[in-house]
Design a binder for this molecule. Structure first.
Ligand code: SF4
Length: 192
């Protein structure tokens, strides 16, 4: 598995399939433990991640670390990756064409890692995986009703969660985030 992920990583680092190659410092590979059975799918690297070449090292990473500390999950013990592997300039939304080009890498990672639990974070990652696995997406106004719910599909479990960035803009969502993120801990303990 390690060699296959390294091969994907090499492709990602050299990729110029979309315009984001022109504005990134570096494309980010997945990281963490691919044998955990858990794959977290975030949206895209931020500025700090782009500089340092690691996932969740900026302000969103601070939120993620806090949530994980509260639920007792070690981020090194799960596998984490992004839907879009290069930074989005000015924190803009990913474009459909960028997702279409870049999702080939997520697909390869899913094939190699074969996670039992998929955890998409935020709208774009959730939309991608719901479409991918034929799950019904609610209207945007009801989207937050998905957070923390458990979906069983094609032998996998999908646990959509709010992206940590949300708590940077609105601290009041943090307690609910902690509650819904507990699903990861429950899975790791064999109970989801
Ligand atoms: S975002 Fe994805 S498809 Fe676009 S250049 Fe980066 S790695 Fe390639």
């Amino acid at each position: 598995m390690k060699d296959e992920l390294e091969a994907i990583c090499k492709e990602v680092r050299n990729c110029t399939r979309c315009a984001l190659a022109g504005t990134r410092t570096q494309a980010l590979c997945g990281e963490g433990d691919p044998s955990s059975g858990v794959m977290l799918v975030a949206q895209a690297p931020g500025e700090r991640e782009d500089e340092e070449g690691r996932m969740f090292v900026g302000p969103s990473g601070g939120v993620l670390n806090e949530v994980f500390a509260r639920i007792g999950v070690n981020r090194g013990k799960i596998y984490m990756t992004n839907l879009v592997k290069c930074m989005l300039p000015g924190y803009r939304r990913p474009r459909q064409q960028e997702i279409a080009e870049c999702s080939r890498y997520l697909e390869k990672e899913m094939e190699v890692v074969n996670p039992k639990l998929l955890v998409p974070l935020g709208f774009y990652a959730i939309r991608y995986l719901f479409n991918r696995f034929g799950l019904h997406l609610p209207p945007k106004a009801e989207f937050s009703s998905l957070y923390g719910r458990v979906f069983h599909v094609q032998g996998r479990v999908i646990l959509p969660l709010r992206h940590p960035t949300a708590a940077l803009y609105n601290k009041s969502v943090l307690p609910q985030m902690v509650d819904t993120y507990r699903g990861i801990k429950t899975f790791l303990e064999g109970g989801l």
